[in-house]
Design a protein. Structure first.
Length: 315
């Protein structure tokens, strides 16, 4: 991740294009929302072990209201969520979300319209990977949380769609004699914990999960991505339509390399989960160096050696 300030940082994603993609996908997204539902379910499961309530919650990048739908389906909603506010970059998606019965508005993750210290919980499901200034967005999220408020998010990671990426690159090189970005770049797990700390979150945790979805063909996968509003919005992408010959060659390469005995192809989605708390005096603090009362060597019933000394086996 870059340390450039927001004013100096070149935008990687075209947010207006992303909004249009989501607006276009809103009407039919229920036919393509399997991954959104799966990740939202896994994210909400993480609230079940937290013994406290979150009365006022924001679902940021809400798509068509999946988190709201899951909370309504649950006989005992996790986290004691009482009021849910939904927000999405796409007005059409926000409109679909509002139909779930929870308040919804069109809002940009890069410019949050919420007062400081207002919210108990902020969730985000598969939306933050499209943010240009992720450090800035995380800082804004931390500021709108009350002290001891929780941030819980899931975003697409860097190993996602590696099969599709490889097939498109090779096909475009063979057919068109050059390559351009066809699958947008995603975040790296190694950066995310540091970004949470940089934004001022306490007890930051970043972990990763891998979800494999199978499709009847690579073209079905591409149609699903389009149906979720996940078509590429990279500013460096080629703006002309991909040639039919290139797409067919990419599909053939994908199938040759990855199809199973039944002819279905896998698509790998790496999902990075982020957890962080707005600082509060009651939260546990890490021990100061040298303050431990018991030595690790004693706990392991082993002998502690000075640095650089070579261990010899016990007789």
């Amino acid at each position: 991740m870059s340390d450039l300030s927001a004013g100096d940082r070149p935008d990687l994603f075209d947010r207006q294009v992303l909004r249009r993609h989501r607006d276009r996908a809103a009407a039919g997204i229920t036919q393509h929302d399997f991954l959104i539902r799966e990740v939202a379910e896994r994210l909400l499961e993480r609230l079940e072990d937290i013994r406290r309530g979150f009365p006022l919650t924001l679902d940021l990048g809400c798509h068509h209201g999946m988190v709201a739908a899951l909370l309504q389906e649950s006989p005992a909603p996790p986290g004691g969520i009482e009021t849910l506010v939904q927000a999405d970059l796409s007005p059409a998606m926000a409109g679909r979300a509002a139909a779930r019965g929870a308040a919804a508005l069109a809002a940009d993750e890069e410019a949050l319209p919420f007062a400081e210290g207002r919210l108990d919980l902020v969730t985000s499901v598969l939306s933050l990977h499209w943010v240009n200034d992720l450090p800035g967005s995380l800082l804004q999220i931390r500021r709108v949380l009350k002290p001891d408020g929780l941030f819980l998010a899931a975003m697409i990671g860097g190993e996602s769609l590696k099969e599709l990426r490889e097939a498109l690159l090779q096909a475009e090189s063979e057919v068109e004699g050059g390559v351009s970005p066809r699958v947008s770049p995603f975040a790296d797990l190694r950066d995310m914990g540091a970004l949470l700390q940089r934004a001022g979150f306490a007890l930051p945790v970043a972990d990763v999960d891998s979800i494999t979805v199978t499709y009847p063909s690579p073209l079905a996968l591409m149609e699903d991505l389009r149906g979720m509003g996940e078509s590429g919005a990279d500013r460096n992408r080629r703006h002309a339509f991909t040639r039919r010959e290139t797409l067919l060659r990419a599909a053939a390469i994908y199938h040759e390399r990855h199809a199973d005995a039944a002819g279905r192809i896998p698509a790998t989605f790496e999902v990075i989960y982020l957890t962080g708390w707005a600082p509060h005096a009651t939260q546990p603090k890490p021990l100061a160096p040298g303050s431990a009362r018991a030595r690790l060597a004693e706990a392991l019933e082993s002998r502690e050696l000075p640095g650089g000394e070579e261990a010899t086996p016990k007789k």
